[in-house]
Design a protein around this ligand. Sequence first.
Ligand code: CAA
Length: 381
Amino acid sequence: MHIELSDEQKMLREEVRRFAAEVVKPIAKEVDADGLFPIDSIRQAGELGLMGVSVPEEWGGAGMDPLSYCLAIEEISAVCGSTGVILSVNNSLVCDPLVKWADDEQKERWLKPLAAGERLGCFGLTEPGAGSDAAALRSSAVRDGDEYVINGNKVFITNGTHADTALIFATVDPEEKHRGITAFIVDKDTPGYSHGHHEYKLGVNGSGTTELSFEDMRVPASQRIGAEGDGFKIAMSTLDGGRVGIAAQAVGIARGAFHEAVDYAKEREQFGTSISNFQAIQHYLADMSTELDAARLLTWKAAWAKENRSRYSLEAAQAKLFSSEMAQRVTNLAVQIHGGYGYIREYNVERYFRDARITEIYEGTSEIQKLVIADWILNKS
Ligand code: CAA
């Protein structure tokens, strides 16, 4: 594993950093405060190839490696956590499984516009009664000739308010438990498909989280991804990739807060001197910087494993677990260094602090990551 970035990766990072500073950062406060879905910046991200970073060029993507994808997500999340997760879901949870599981006809119709950023995707797995226990989902898909009739409800769907296309999971036979779960790709204009209102959340307020409902929604069998019963494996292997993206998002959010804290520590004077002269503040900054680098290295290792191994659940879970919990600690210290100003909306650190919290929950809670890691240690290595 090389930890020196290639020239191409460095160029991508510079390009995304510039895009983040010029386009994403200026509206980040508004996106958060007003729950504004940043649709214009998402379209521009698509033009830069950021909606399908690792999708092969023949299918509309940028054809880059998983580490490049992590670099892009970190840069965007360092200025806006909402925009970071919008990109992450489209890339990892919708494009990636289509690259891996869709046939060429499906790729032509569904993947190409998603990877090019002409359409936006969402991932419909979670249900009111099936969060961590994803295999317990109850949305049903009943075969009727050349179609499936799908009924059910999904919750907490990132991008749900603005998605044109949804990768959804329903069971063809609940008795079969996870072996009945089947994946479908559907258009938002399909009769019977609807989304609820935008959920106002603690953080990542611009990411268009909503419920999805399917009422007697008829979906041609040609829109089934993989075979009947492949859905759970598709969802789980997709989430391995998703967790690497969320680890990169957490690193980005923490980095954004860290830089704000360093700047503030240098500027702020108390007791007649810059607070950066106090050892207490220096220790905070030293811990933050060390933890950030450790999390980034785990994330890059998981990206490397994604590129080089067929299964990388362990590395993805370790990266997500550590990076999300690191982001919690680092953003918390950034608020602490800012003192009272850190608690005020005018300063960015309280937004980073709120945005970091969800990284410990979505795409598998910390507790689920520990289950995956322990399962790997005890049973699979
Ligand atoms: N890759 C491929 N196959 C996998 C797999 C993986 N990573 N993980 C499990 N499988 C396979 C197993 O090999 C097994 O296969 P067989 O049928 O051949 O035996 C099958 O799937 C069932 O595996 P388990 O018995 O381990 O499944 P489980 O029901 O015990 O669940 C779990 C395991 C780890 C708890 C899993 O349910 C899980 O990860 N839950 C968390 C769900 C989650 O992350 N949700 C996030 C929602 S999306 C989101 O958050 C998006 C957003 O908003 C940004």
